[in-house]
Every structure is written in structure tokens, then in C-alpha cells.
Design a protein around this ligand. Structure first.
Ligand SMILES: [Zn+2]
Length: 59
């Protein structure tokens, strides 16, 4: 069987994690694929279970 070799030099980030903080309890967590500019995402806190909105923009 043929074999190919790759190193870390061949890797790239294909998903971006956004650090968020729950406005209810302050719990910090990471959300994946929530980085589209001008979009609002509904996030559920992994700690207190409350939902909140996160608006993402370029700056
Ligand atoms: Zn919370």
C-alpha cells in the first residue's frame, strides 16, 4: 500500500472557535462555526443552561 507523509507544516485551521461568556452566570465556553460577520447566534450555556444571543462582527 502506498504511504504519504504529512507534518504540522501541512495543517491548517478549518474551524474557528469563538470564546464566549455567558451573560447570566459568566461561564466561558467556545463555540464552533459562529464567526459569520453580522450574524446573531443563539448560544446555550453549558453551565446554567440559559440561552443568550451572540452577535458576531469583524471588529
Ligand atoms: Zn450561564
Amino acid at each position: 500500500m502506498k504511504r504519504i507523509y504529512r507534518t504540522y507544516a501541512d495543517t491548517e485551521v478549518y474551524k474557528l472557535a469563538v470564546n464566549v461568556e455567558c451573560p447570566h452566570c459568566g461561564n466561558e465556553q467556545q463555540e464552533i462555526d459562529t464567526d459569520e460577520c453580522g450574524k446573531t447566534y443563539v448560544i446555550e450555556c453549558g453551565d446554567c443552561g440559559e440561552q443568550y444571543e451572540m452577535y458576531f462582527d469583524a471588529s
